[in-house]
Ligand binder design. Structure first.
Ligand SMILES: Nc1nc2c(ncn2[C@@H]2O[C@H](COP(=O)(O)OP(=O)(O)OP(=O)(O)O)[C@@H](O)[C@H]2O)c(=O)[nH]1
Ligand SMILES: [Mg+2]
Length: 329
């Protein structure tokens, strides 16, 4: 009985909450999510609009649990797909205990940054300004100038200079985050890190490798869907289709004699083997799907949350593949 009472006291002290990570594209939100959770959950690239949906990362300690939510970068975009991304950001502003507004300390603050700040105004939750990439800003005066500009734009609760890349300042940030969390239960078991299905992360890893070797409009035109996922003992067979919007983009992705696609596939396979702890046999197809960013049905298929809510991951891509004569490795 005394044991139970002890537990009750411990439960009372427990704090938990939801924290959204927001900011302009490329400011380092996903790098921060990965650093704070100690797990690679979100892909990272030196290109804007890498993250396309919210990604949950749970961090659990002895007496606290924080559910971080990474979001797409705040940007204006015309396509249905871009508008959907902005919608998810809007949702990530609702009912949160704390917001982390990420600022790229290496970028001179401009009109688009001010607009991004506007978006978080009136969200109702306290906002920490996380000034990221300080490892790349050698001059303290430059850092202070950035902070001063944002201070003029908004009354942030506090400023935290950090480097999501090197880890500098992250423990101070984490301590302050935990202090802001209200009393509450652990919403998830301690070993739960994300709600993101493994196969979605796998498709994202392939997209990350594509982003690393392509430029200009190609990264934005790429979408990756898993067609097949078969676990055979220690071997996992995965087949995916990389969708692009135009034939020229397919040529770029495949490369001379398929060399670029092979490079992408190999890099992805190596990382997947380490994540899954299994040997991976990965097959990639490339398919031209014109205007997929405006295609409601396609966007639904990309959105695993909608897919899980509606129907099991659909085998629709298999049929589509046949129509188009896919290119294999
Ligand atoms: N030097 C430095 N680079 C960083 C740091 N954090 C992130 N980066 C780099 O900044 C780039 C963008 O990082 P991401 O984490 O993908 O940025 P994001 O805000 O999630 O971008 P979107 O998903 O496109 O909105 C990558 O090249 C990262 O390696 C940092 O602390 N220091
Ligand atoms: Mg991101």
């Amino acid at each position: 009985m005394s044991k139970n009472r002890g537990r009750k006291t411990a439960a009372k002290k427990f704090v938990s909450g939801f924290v959204s990570i927001l900011g302009r594209p490329n400011s380092g939100k996903s790098t921060l999510l990965n650093a704070l959770t100690g797990t690679k959950l979100a892909i990272v690239a030196d290109k804007p609009q890498t993250t396309r949906t919210t990604i949950q990362g749970v961090w659990t300690a002895e007496s606290s649990q924080v559910v971080f939510v990474d979001t797409p970068g705040i940007h204006a975009g015309e396509s249905l797909f871009n508008r959907r991304m902005m919608q998810t950001i809007g949702e990530a502003l609702q009912e949160r205990d704390l917001l982390l507004f990420l600022i790229d300390a290496t970028a001179r603050p401009g009109a688009l940054d001010e607009e991004a700040v506007e978006l978080i105004r009136g969200a109702g939750a306290p906002v920490f300004a996380v000034v990221n990439k300080i490892d790349a800003v050698p001059k303290k005066a430059a850092l202070l100038a950035v902070i001063e500009q944002y201070r003029q734009w908004h009354e942030f609760e506090e400023f935290f200079p950090v480097s999501a890349l090197t880890g500098e300042g992250l423990e101070e940030l984490r301590t302050a985050i935990v202090k802001k969390m209200p009393a509450g239960p652990a919403w998830f078991p301690p070993d739960h890190v994300t709600d993101q299905p493994e196969r979605f992360l796998a498709a994202e890893i392939v997209r990350e490798k594509i982003l690393a070797v392509t430029r200009q409009e190609v990264p934005h035109a790429v979408a990756v869907l898993v067609d097949e996922w078969k676990e055979e003992g220690r071997l996992t067979r995965i087949s995916m289709t990389v969708h692009v919007e135009r034939a020229g983009q397919k040529v770029i992705l495949v490369g001379a004699k398929g060399a670029r696609l092979k490079e992408i596939g190999t890099a992805a396979r190596v990382e997947l083997e380490s994540i899954l702890g299994a040997k991976v046999f990965l097959t990639l197809f490339v398919k031209v799907s014109p205007k997929w960013r405006e295609n409601e049905r396609f966007l639904k298929e990309l959105d695993w949350r909608a897919m899980l809510g509606a129907a099991p991951l659909a085998p629709a891509t298999e049929a589509e593949e046949e129509q188009d004569g896919p290119v294999t490795l």
